[in-house]
Design a protein around this ligand. Structure first.
Ligand code: B12
Length: 221
């Protein structure tokens, strides 16, 4: 049953079938499946499959767009439940998040934003294709503790370095911490560009942000 539903989720994304994706997401909720399990073990593997088929030339950009649309429909059903399940209402820190300039991938960034806000962080989401100056302005305006920068393309990853450098040039570092993520991003890359942390997924992003806030609290005494 569980496996069948996860398979249906993967298939709905591979087919780019919005209705099937929505229905599978709703079924997950109705049957009490953890929305994170649905996302990580059902829908995301579907997207990974589509990405692999795109690389091998078996699928084309329109297929990837349909898959993304189906994924967003499923997320629209699951995200409110993720947010509702949040344990805490205490504000644990303020995070400004966005996808770098030139990059319009948003599904993973949205998931990180949802998980952070569900875990008690105040999140300002700048959206996609965000210029470094906007990250800087928003970090200043909202007195951000953390800036989260997403990049999904090897060609836009360098934008993460620009954000780190721009925050430094504006005099906001090291008080404002920078965390980075996205499929091509690694821990080594984060270290190379002087970011304060990297996580490969949304659950890890919450743990990372929490650790940063604890360290900041300890430093203040
Ligand atoms: C969906 C998709 C699209 C959609 C995006 C729709 C949308 N609204 O987001 C569309 C169709 C628009 C698209 C376009 C393109 N795409 Co695309 N896309 C994908 C795909 C299939 C899935 C991405 C996704 O949503 N994954 C699911 C989420 C949940 O995972 P995630 O994004 O990795 O996020 C998780 C972690 O990385 C992490 N994380 C993410 N952000 C952050 C931020 C922080 C701060 C932290 C801590 C953690 C974190 O946590 C997230 C949650 O667990 C990937 C394949 C893949 N396997 O990644 C290709 C992929 C990323 N795309 C690719 C390409 C080439 C393109 C295009 C250039 C294609 C083209 N020829 O036009 C364009 C680029 C457009 C642009 N300028 O940005 C390549 C990139 C290759 C490379 N190495 O650079 C990939 C890898 C496909 C492939 N195998 O070739 N794409």
């Amino acid at each position: 049953m569980h496996e069948d539903l996860l398979a249906a989720m993967r298939q709905s994304i591979a087919d780019g079938d919005q209705d099937a994706a929505k229905a599978a997401a709703q079924q997950a909720i109705d049957t009490g499946m953890d929305p994170l399990v649905a996302i990580d073990e059902g829908f995301v593997p579907g997207l990974s499959y589509v990405g692999a088929c795109f690389t091998s030339g078996e699928m084309y950009l329109p297929d990837m767009m349909l898959a993304a649309r189906a994924m967003k429909s499923a997320m629209a059903v699951l995200e409110p439940v993720l947010a509702e399940n949040s344990a805490t209402r205490r504000v644990r820190g303020r995070v400004v998040i966005g996808t770098v300039k030139g990059d319009i991938h948003e599904i993973g960034k949205n998931l990180v934003a949802t998980m952070l806000s569900a875990s008690g962080f105040e999140v300002v989401d700048l959206g996609v294709d965000v210029a470094p100056e906007r990250f800087v302005a928003a970090a200043r305006e909202h007195a951000a503790d953390i800036v989260g920068v997403s990049a999904l393309l090897t060609t836009t990853m360098t934008g993460q370095r620009t954000v780190v450098e721009s925050l430094a040039a504006a005099g906001l570092r090291p008080d404002v911490k920078v965390i980075v993520g996205g499929a091509p991003v690694t821990k080594a890359w984060a270290a190379e560009i002087g970011a304060d942390g990297y996580s490969e997924d949304a659950v890890g992003a919450v743990a990372l942000a929490s650790k940063i806030m604890e360290a900041a609290g300890a430093a203040q005494g």
